[in-house]
Design a protein around this ligand. Structure first.
Ligand code: FMN
Ligand SMILES: CCCCCCC(=O)C(=O)O
Length: 342
């Protein structure tokens, strides 16, 4: 079993079944969910030999924020379903590992409380049908110290997951943690009319850099930049939105080419090990984000589990870099990979 599979099994053992299924599941037949991890494996490494790798430095920056390794925490919803300390534990574990948290709009803990426990953090934005409500929590996140906004573009409607059999109960206080003013749950639904113009709207509102998450095409990536985005996150939402969508390792090169160094490109989906981190960097990503791995760490050990997951991937990244002949992230260049058989 891989370290990821072992961790997932531990989480399965401690989580109520509906919560585990909500976290683990993907949309439709889960084709894209499976394809994500498989596509990273298809990227073969071409190690360099006879390089001095007695010191390996994994540190880097994302939108100017220094982090210990090019590994961030992806925005995921409702952490209090995994652990009573919820996003507070995630924030603590992330900061202890020298990483950066992307806090979900669907956080089950108040933005201001998470901010107080966090190191550098960004705020993920779902535009809700109630734009006034959206504006309020973007302003709160900005005031609380978010350093960037991440606009998720792939969720006009929440994907249908068969594993979610309707038995997941989200306690009202968790659902409304940041939506106290909400009287009508329907108002918390995603807006289905989000467009490129909303990138400018968010930037005007916050004066923060805006990344767009969920981009899988070069033409969309270019349009995001033209609309004022600072970069994109190549993502298919961990296989939870459009089943059959291209795996992120496959989409990444097209997006990197379209961005052509004019913005930052991050990627997530099926990243499970230091090997995958090095593969992503070699394909042109600045950093990766981990979704489910962090949830499993949180479920099994709270803040310490989040820190452990991140530290293990960081250490694995350093080890893989050393064996591949790269002593810094700048040396993880495209010649380090070739596309093998799937
Ligand atoms: C349980 C769960 C909840 C998620 N919630 C959000 C969310 O609130 N906002 C968002 O932009 N993405 C959300 N995502 C997608 C993640 O940000 C990320 O794209 C995905 O998990 C990466 O794939 P991985 O889980 O294979 O690492 C969620 C993913 C999971 C598994
Ligand atoms: C009505 C709540 C929807 C939350 C969607 C969170 C998410 O992005 C995911 O589960 O995936």
């Amino acid at each position: 079993m891989t370290p990821y599979a072992i961790l997932e099994e531990r989480a399965r053992a401690v989580l109520p079944r509906p919560v585990f299924d909500y976290y683990a599941g993907g949309a439709g037949d889960e084709d894209t969910l499976a394809a994500n991890a498989r596509a990273w494996s298809a990227v073969r490494l071409r190690p360099r030999v006879l390089r001095d790798v007695s010191r390996v430095d994994t540190s880097t920056t994302v939108l100017g924020a220094r982090i210990a390794a090019p590994v961030l925490v992806a925005p995921t919803a409702f952490h209090r379903l995994a652990h009573p300390s919820g996003e507070l534990a995630t924030a603590e574990g992330t900061a202890a590992a020298g990483s950066l948290l992307v806090l979900s709009t669907r956080s089950s803990t108040r933005i201001e409380s998470v901010a107080a426990a966090a190191g550098p953090w960004w705020f993920q934005v779902y535009l809700l049908r109630d734009r006034g409500l959206t504006k309020e929590f973007v302003q709160r996140a900005t005031a609380a110290g978010a350093r960037a906004l991440v606009l998720t573009g792939d969720t006009p409607y929440v994907g249908r997951k068969r594993r979610d059999r309707g038995s997941l109960a989200i306690p009202d206080e968790d659902f409304r943690a940041n939506l106290e003013r909400l009287t009508d749950v329907a108002l918390a639904e995603q807006a289905a009319n989000v467009t490129f113009d909303d990138i400018g709207w968010l930037h005007e509102l916050s004066r923060l850099p805006v990344l767009v998450k969920g981009v899988l095409r070069g033409d969309d990536a270019a349009r995001c930049l033209e609309a004022g985005a600072a970069g994109v996150v190549v993502s298919n939402h961990g296989g939870r939105q459009l089943d059959g969508a291209v795996a992120t390792a496959e989409a990444l090169p097209e997006v990197v080419e379209a961005i052509a160094g004019r913005g930052e490109v991050l990627v997530d989906g099926g990243v499970r090990s230091g090997r995958d981190v090095v593969r992503a960097l070699a394909l042109g990503a600045r950093a990766v984000l981990l979704g489910r791995s962090v949830l499993w760490g949180l479920a099994t050990e709270g803040a310490a589990g989040v820190q452990r997951v991140l530290t293990e991937v960081q250490e694995d990244t350093a080890h893989v870099m050393a064996l591949a002949g790269a002593s810094s992230v700048d040396e993880v260049t495209s010649d380090l990979v070739t596309l093998g058989a799937v």
